[in-house]
Design a binder for this molecule. Structure first.
Ligand code: FAD
Length: 405
């Protein structure tokens, strides 16, 4: 008889674990709380699934911050190139859409899920849905499975706490704590933020293609989010701020407001603008500052920004030094104060989770309870936007699923 393995959670980490465990000779059952597997995977990348990117294993790991070395055994065993081949071998071609992000060629997250489920079926993995696992089953310090499901090995691949309607219940932390693991307090990550200022709200629906955002506190100088920035009815969102949002969430535990500085055009400095304003004065004196600015922004945003800087209705010829300074400052260092994030309901990842020090990076087995493994977002690792988190889910899933002692 084959030894039995359980995988808790049918997300990308869990399904990849299940395939690897079955290939390692185990009789595998996946236990999933939701009625269907892979709910978050299906929603990923706006339904297109940005499954990885073009970085090599080490460069990708480094973007996860100071604990990046922990990830190397898993990422070296299944780096981005190999992950793409893995899916290509199963009939899902992938493509690099913009020189960086990797998506399935058809642009359907469903193709990625189907490939995983097809492999599960091929290897006779049972996927049981609608079961919420609330505890491990141990006897005298020996892992016996989970209540109702005896097994020698258990992989916890329950994800984090963000987007609870996609199955993230945070119960994995309880299972890990039951085995004695420390849990780094979870914080919402990759989540939009709410601002005290009204300006973002007045710009709702507008977006900047390439903005940069930094947290305006000494400890964070030099770190910057860059990319698209969206104005929402309560604040800002989009990759430029999402990548900083877990840091912001951490700061909001200690302070009421977190100051940000936003450069609406990441590649333009204050001097670039001042030079452009001088050109406007010289060459286009009869046109209004607002209309000239609208060549870079939408008309309504140009109007708002000119009003905010008291340049509304001013022709370029009468653009004062104070007006030029105020406008250049707002465009390159717009001050915003964040007083909340959009919270768990909208958090695409979780910062925090099962502390890494009692997990063996070479196997992803618990150092506290033999036979217990962790994979994916349940661990205390989170990456930025751009295929990082799914790559980690797949790589860690495969390594944990080998169930190496
Ligand atoms: C809207 C959205 C878009 C995203 N887009 C991208 C993207 O394009 N690229 C990218 O890299 N990352 C993206 N992410 C992040 C990425 O989806 C996650 O990091 C990844 O899914 C984590 O995989 P996982 O298998 O660890 O956890 P999950 O995908 O969360 O899967 C965990 C599974 O475990 C189940 N479960 C939880 N608790 C229990 C329990 N107690 N008993 C039984 N089952 C349980 C859940 O129902 C769930 O199905 C996105 C996230 C969201 C929310």
């Amino acid at each position: 008889m084959k030894p039995r393995a359980l995988v808790i959670g049918a997300g990308p980490a869990g399904l990849m674990s299940a395939v690897a465990a079955a290939e390692s000779g185990y009789d595998v059952t996946v236990l999933e709380y939701l009625p269907k597997p892979g709910a978050k995977l299906l929603s990923s990348g706006g339904g297109r699934c940005n499954l990885t990117n073009v970085l090599d294993a080490e460069s990708l790991a480094r973007r996860f911050g100071r604990q990046w070395r922990f990830m190397l055994p898993a990422l070296n065993a299944l780096p981005p190139e190999a992950l793409r081949e893995w899916f290509e071998l199963r009939g899902v071609a992938t493509e690099v859409t913009d020189g960086f992000h990797v998506f399935p060629s058809g642009g359907r997250a469903g193709d990625i899920l189907k490939a995983l489920l097809y492999d599960c079926e091929r290897l006779s993995v049972r996927v049981v849905t609608g079961v919420k696992i609330e505890a491990l089953w141990t006897e005298n310090g020996v892992l016996k499975g989970v209540p109702g499901y005896p097994a020698e090995k258990v992989v916890v691949a329950t994800g984090g706490k963000g987007y609870p309607e996609l199955g993230s219940l945070g119960i994995g932390y309880r299972l890990a704590a039951q085995a004695g693991h420390d849990i780094v307090p979870p914080l919402p990550g990759l989540v939009g933020v709410r601002t005290v200022e009204e300006l973002p709200h007045l710009c709702t629906g507008h977006s900047m293609k390439d903005a940069s955002v930094c947290i305006d506190l000494p400890k964070f100088r030099g770190e910057m989010g860059r990319g698209e920035l969206l104005f929402t009815h309560r604040g800002i969102s989009g990759p430029a701020v999402l990548d900083l949002s877990a840091d912001i969430a951490g700061l909001l535990e200690k302070m009421q407001e977190v100051p940000l500085k936003v450069n609406l055009f990441a590649s333009r400095s204050r001097n670039d603008w001042l030079e452009e304003f001088a050109r406007w004065q010289r060459n286009e004196g009869r046109k209004s500052v607002k209309n000239l600015l609208a060549a870079h922004l939408t008309q309504s945003m140009a109007e708002l920004i000119c009003r905010e800087t008291r340049n509304d209705g001013v022709p370029a010829a009468e653009f004062t030094a104070a007006g030029r300074d105020a406008l250049a400052a707002l465009l390159t260092a717009m001050p915003l104060r964040v007083n909340a994030t959009e919270g768990w309901r909208k958090a695409m990842v979780t910062r925090g989770g099962v502390a890494l020090k009692k997990v063996d990076p070479g196997t992803l087995q618990s150092r506290l309870l033999t036979g217990l493994y962790f994979a994916g977002e349940v661990l205390d690792l989170d990456g930025p936007c751009g295929g990082y988190n799914l790559q980690w889910a797949f790589s860690s899933g495969q390594l944990a699923g080998r169930l190496t002692s």
